[in-house]
Design a protein around this ligand. Sequence first.
Ligand code: PLP
Length: 351
Amino acid sequence: MTFDATVSARRPLDFRSDTLTRPDEHMRSVMAKAEVGDNVIDVDPTIRRLEERAADVLGMPAALWTPSGTMANLIALSTHLRRGDRFLAPRGAHVLVNELGSAAWLAGGMPDPLEHDAGPGRPTPQTLRAAVGGSGPYYTLRTTLLSLENTHNASGGAVIPPEEHDQLVATAHEAGLRVHLDGARIWNAAVALGVPPATLTAGVDSVSACFSKGLGAPVGSVVAGSEEFVEQARRMRQMLGGGVRQGGILAAACLLALDRIDDLAADHAKAARLAAGLRERGWDVTEPRTNIVLAGVADVAATLETLRGLGILTLPMAGKVRFVLHRDVTEDDVTEALRRIESGPFDKMGQ
Ligand SMILES: *Cc1c(COP(=O)(O)O)cnc(C)c1O
């Protein structure tokens, strides 16, 4: 076989998402050996083990495995909302923007975005309180749920610090709202803040979290809450077609993913280095808190195309170019990406 230098120089560097992380040999062997049962008619022992461990790590009484984070959020919103209830979420939240309107179409909620006046990805308690308003006569709109997101994807993986989380939860509860936390990347938030994940779920009525992002698992999320919540959630999962029979093969990967949370610090370091490198080259990037770098550019579509031409794959997010760092992108890949960008035609694009 001959070595093709041209192909090697344009080896694709894939920053599109941390969902790209693939199960390695070790994960595959753990999956192959998983003890399984029928998780619909009976119980799958590996799914049960994962649910118990995830509940423990998240500091919740119980947890339920789901095939995706989208299903986990939909189950939570469907359980909390009645048809026509208004729910609040920080502008750009995944449940508002990236779940195809299922919060309205299937869960029956009427979404209302909250501005990020406390910092990226988070409103102040005052903004939350003002949005809820007071109680009124029978023809008053009913607002029943606050859905937070930690980390906030569209804000570039921004974190909600524990004190602010606690204040928002307290404000929501005082106003009679329940609180769901979309914690698809709660593991990243916990690592960035140096706290256990359970610190970031304090007081919430439910939380969802993903294993298929950044940790190498091919499939799997959880939704956690009270025993009663999980009992209802289990029925909802079944309705949505999420009753997976020998799912232990998948849950085994999720269990291993839980052992890898500390590894995410390396992704955050790579994100910081990429952001610093882009800034040195004149790009408009904010300091990443976790593994996502957002770059503001004049023309997103044109920049994505130019990057693609350099063998750098990215996706648009919130009107910016999103680079996501993950375990399948190495330190060398970051160096190589910066080298390609340096030699690219970006000076012509106002970068
Ligand atoms: C990815 C993501 C989800 C959904 O997870 P899937 O497993 O892709 O369905 C939910 N919320 C946030 C913030 C996400 O980034």
